[in-house]
Design a protein around this ligand. Structure first.
Ligand code: C2O
Ligand code: CU
Length: 509
């Protein structure tokens, strides 16, 4: 095939522009870090935890003193966190009171296909029986499948059942409707789910209020307090060299953590466990933790998207692509009381360099440990285990009369089967990128085998479900397709790229 660098050289000019908020923004590190509320189950009988979430519009204070209308899970952004145990099934009944159809996907869940949130398995708004009209914000659904009644499954409420027979880790749930995922997540449809088990709890890692979920996401605000999102003007994409904030992926100038702008959190001078998710549509970060006197604290990675590493990996700078999760220990014991540690994004500039800050409030005893051996159950698939090697190019191309994003030259089509894999087969997938694409596979966890023919990078360690393909790179991953039969997705998790075609089906048979 064509080499990635040749493809890169031929790509049209695609530069993302950051949306500028039209409101005065608060100074950094003033707003307290919110911790999303943990959802209470409506019942726990029969070994299943049942939850009910109503998707509805809500007006939420994100910027101090400003009301921002959002689409929410249960009235908050992020939605409620679901705390779950490995192997204990969870059923979530979603009721849709939003003005548009929705789809719920549990990212990183090992979920039977019927509950995996296929992009045309819609939860219709209350009182609506038909799927196609009033598709809401964004581009009209132009794929054939949207209008093919066989491809569209609808209901008014929906029970999603998650067996959670998987390694403990941080998952997240978010909207996944075909063509409209990006604006739906942007408007607030995202929440966390944590899977735990006894073995992980026995390690003695920082826990309780010393374990912090951190959902990082950028947004921009319009003058009326609402979220800004680019107008979708297809003619814009026709003019070469024109900066199109939608095509490249939407970036905002406000960095939110757990829904608060540049928050600050008071900590004890001890170790903390940070469970970091990049829930941004398109923004990449390179995180570093810097003290007031300019020292960089170690970010000790203990886990990846799909759970604990075999052993900790120490980073000074941690790159995180959209949808990736990193489980990180940070030790504040060397920071004087009253001192501050800022978490900064090396890839940002101006306001987008700041992310959040910790203020060390007091000394305290630290009963936590970070064992040198964390997990012994990581799959160690070797190249020789693979029954097949496949190659997929993630590149821009023509679609819908403009530029879109394609996998193997094709835009997403729910009616097309792209890849068939045998249940239990180990395969190597070679993923090739033109520009930066974070690639996500549903159902399975994978290991990164190589980058441009070289060994993986330190932050590729462990079991992942999303891998950052850097511009021009070829990345090999290896996985075993086990768990469930059925139709699943793989796609770019730049949410705008995903909506503009960069998604495909794989069928486990
Ligand atoms: Cu996070 Cu297919 O999604
Ligand atoms: Cu992409």
């Amino acid at each position: 095939g064509l080499s990635a660098s040749a493809a890169l050289a031929r790509r049209p000019s695609i530069t993302g522009a950051e949306l500028r908020s039209a409101l005065p923004l608060p100074p950094p590190f003033q707003v307290p870090l919110p911790i999303p509320a943990v959802a209470a189950p409506v019942s726990t009988s029969g070994g299943v935890d049942r939850y009910a979430i109503t998707q509805r519009e809500a007006s939420v204070e994100i910027l101090p003193g400003v009301r921002t209308p959002l689409w929410t899970y249960g009235g908050t952004f992020p939605g409620p966190t679901i705390e779950s145990r490995r192997g204990r099934p969870v059923t979530v009944t979603h009721r849709n009171e939003l003005p548009v159809p929705t789809v719920v996907h549990l990212h990183g869940g090992r979920t039977p296909a019927a509950s995996d949130g296929y992009p045309t398995d819609l939860v219709l708004p209350e009182g609506r029986q038909d799927a196609t009209p009033h598709m809401g914000h964004g581009m009209p659904g132009m794929h054939a499948g949207m209008h093919d009644p066989r491809a569209v499954v609808t209901s008014l409420t929906r029970d999603y059942t998650f067996p959670l027979d998987q390694r403990p880790t941080l998952l997240w749930y978010h909207d996944h409707r075909m063509d409209f995922t990006a604006p739906a997540i942007w408007r607030g449809l995202a929440g966390l789910q944590i899977v735990r088990d006894d073995a992980e709890e026995a390690l003695g890692l920082p826990a309780g209020r010393r374990e912090l979920p951190l959902m990082i996401a950028d947004r921009a605000f319009a003058a009326d307090g609402g979220l800004a999102y680019p107008a979708l003007d297809p003619t814009l994409r026709e003019r070469p060299g024109v900066t199109d904030p939608y095509l490249a992926g939407v970036l905002g100038d406000v960095i939110l953590v757990n829904g608060a702008p540049w928050p600050v959190h008071e900590v004890d001078a001890v170790r903390y466990r940070l469970r970091i998710l990049n829930a941004s549509n398109a923004r990449h970060y390179e995180l570093e933790a810097v003290t007031d006197d300019g020292r960089r604290l170690d970010l000790v990675q203990i886990g990846a998207d799909q759970g604990l590493l075999a052993a900790p990996v120490t980073h000074r700078v941690l790159p995180i692509a959209p949808a990736e999760r990193y489980d990180v220990i940070i030790d504040f014991s060397g920071v004087p009381v009253g001192g501050r540690v800022r978490v900064l994004n090396r890839l940002g500039s101006g306001r987008t360099r700041d992310v959040l800050a910790f203020r060390v409030a007091r000394t305290a005893t630290d009963g936590s440990r970070v064992p040198r051996t964390l997990a012994a159950d990581l799959p160690a698939w070797r190249r020789s285990d693979a029954v097949r090697v496949r190659e997929f190019a993630f590149r821009t191309g023509r679609m819908r009369g403009g530029h879109g994003w394609l996998i193997g030259g094709l835009p997403f089509d729910p009616a097309r089967s792209d890849v068939t894999v045998g249940l239990g087969d180990v395969e190597v997938w070679r993923l090739i990128a033109d520009v930066h694409h974070p690639v996500h596979l549903h159902l399975v966890g994978f290991r990164v085998l190589s980058r441009n023919g070289r060994p993986p990078l330190p932050h590729d360690a462990g079991l992942k479900d999303t891998v950052s393909l850097r511009p021009g790179e070829a990345v090999e991953i290896i996985t075993r397709f086990d768990g469930y039969r059925g139709r699943y997705l793989f796609h770019c998790h730049n949410a705008e790229h995903e909506d503009m075609g960069m998604m495909a089906n794989f069928e486990v048979v």
